[in-house]
Design a protein around this ligand. Structure first.
Ligand code: PLP
Length: 415
């Protein structure tokens, strides 16, 4: 029995004493452990540290905000100024024209919000039968109620009541439009509220969409009158070299979820971009206009919004989106040779600073992680036994090359 009081998410607690790594500080693309070891942070925490660690500029802005006002909620017409400012800025960056912004505390909140909005939309449109949320195999959409029900990663669904946790969900193959259309027709478009998709599947193993897949999915949803929710919790805020992956892939969803890179993790925040078709009834200037009965104490937390504003300014002023596009081929070229390694099944890279080095699904990857750590490189495993690579945008070409060398010798040593 371990002695810790802290229960770690997604962790085999029986092994905590050997696996525990306490990160004490960070600068740029690296973090330092409590024991003083510097590690190149290849996963950027959990895909969140887009502008990198140790940004005192964000800390200073947050401190100033907190000294004035920690936050004030947004319920029943109350507000704080940073939330209003941030919403204007996000609407201007949105790939959805004329979007409204619903702020949350994180990615799972954003997914629940988007799914509830999709169902509510159809109810208000006089088609209350449209309730099914369709998601893709290998998908990860957080771990709240909807996220747990719609994930395509079975181990995250098991044990909570399966399909009865949130009824009326369905899964389709992650890359097959014909099968998706067949399933939508089988369910009946009159029963389907929305399809939700990560533009690039992240936790499921960095699965890049086949050419034409996302535009085809958007066209299919339009044709069958089903809403499209883009889950950009990972891909938003520059991860694929544009503010949002929807722009890069040329699609315009009805709802877009965001979190992580919105503040680069300096404080917890998330949000949903909402298209006119969905927000319009709620904003109608009539006495019977509906209210969206949803929200969180910390929807639009003032200090978190200030962190987001400062983070967006850093992304803009330092040209970090362009930097991601410059580094995209550097990362792909550094990692692709690992495909020839006998312990590697596949390497997926080439869209932004997002990559995975997939090991045999049955291989014990722990020795590889340990050897990489000894070489000064931190990585972790994705759902398909891939090494997770999504570094902060401030990583240098030299650091990418060093990381690839360390991963190669870690794979050699763990043979
Ligand atoms: N959606 C996607 C695509 C994610 O990758 C994640 C987290 O990794 C989430 C939603 C959930 O976000 P959070 O952990 O902030 O609740």
């Amino acid at each position: 029995m371990t002695s810790t009081s802290l229960w770690h998410p997604q962790t085999a607690m029986s092994t905590i004493e050997e696996s525990l790594t306490v990160i004490a500080s960070g600068r740029g693309a690296s973090v330092r452990t409590e024991d003083g070891q510097d590690l190149l942070d290849l996963p950027a925490g959990l895909w969140h540290a887009n502008v990198g660690h140790g940004r005192t500029r964000i800390a200073d802005a947050v401190r100033r905000q907190m000294a004035d006002l920690e936050t004030y909620h947004l319920f029943q017409g109350m507000a704080n100024r940073p939330a209003i400012r941030l919403a204007e800025r996000l609407a201007a960056l949105s790939p959805i024209p004329d979007a409204k912004v619903f702020l949350t505390s994180g990615g799972s909140d954003s997914v629940d919000t988007a799914c509830k909005l999709a169902r509510r939309h159809w109810q208000l449109a006089g088609r209350p039968g449209k309730r099914v949320i369709v998601s893709r195999q290998h998908a990860y959409h957080g771990l709240h109620g909807f996220g747990t029900s719609i994930t395509g990663i079975q181990s995250n669904r098991d044990g909570y009541g399966g399909d009865s946790l949130i009824p009326e969900t369905a899964r389709v193959p992650w890359d097959d439009l014909a099968a998706t259309e067949a399933e939508l027709l089988r369910l009946g478009p009159d029963n389907v509220a929305a399809v939700i998709a990560e533009p690039v599947i992240g936790t499921g193993g960095v699965l890049l969409p086949p050419p034409g897949y996302l535009t085809g999915l958007a066209e299919l949803c339009r044709r069958l009158d089903v809403l499209l929710i883009a889950d950009e919790v990972i891909t938003g805020f520059g991860r694929v070299g544009q503010w949002f992956a929807c722009r890069r892939f040329g699609i315009e969803p009805d709802l877009l979820t965001m979190a992580k890179g919105i503040t680069s993790g300096y404080l917890p925040l998330g949000g949903v971009l909402v298209s006119r078709r969905i927000w319009e009834p709620f904003f109608a200037e009539t006495p019977d206009a509906p209210t969206f009965r949803h929200g969180l104490t910390y929807s639009g937390h003032a200090a978190a919004c200030v962190a987001a504003e400062e983070n967006l300014s850093i992304l803009e002023e330092e040209g970090l989106l362009e930097r991601v596009l410059d580094l995209e081929p550097v990362l792909a070229q550094a990692l692709t040779p690992l495909r020839d390694h006998e312990a590697v099944v596949d390497v997926r890279a080439g869209t932004g600073l997002l990559a995975a080095v997939q090991l045999d699904p049955d291989a014990d990857a722990r020795p590889v992680l340990r050897a990489a750590r000894e070489g000064g490189v931190l990585t972790r495993l994705l759902a398909d036994n891939s090494l997770h690579v999504s570094p902060p945008f401030v990583i240098t070409a030299e650091e990418i090359s060093r990381a690839a060398d360390v991963l190669k010798s870690a794979l050699d040593r763990a043979r």
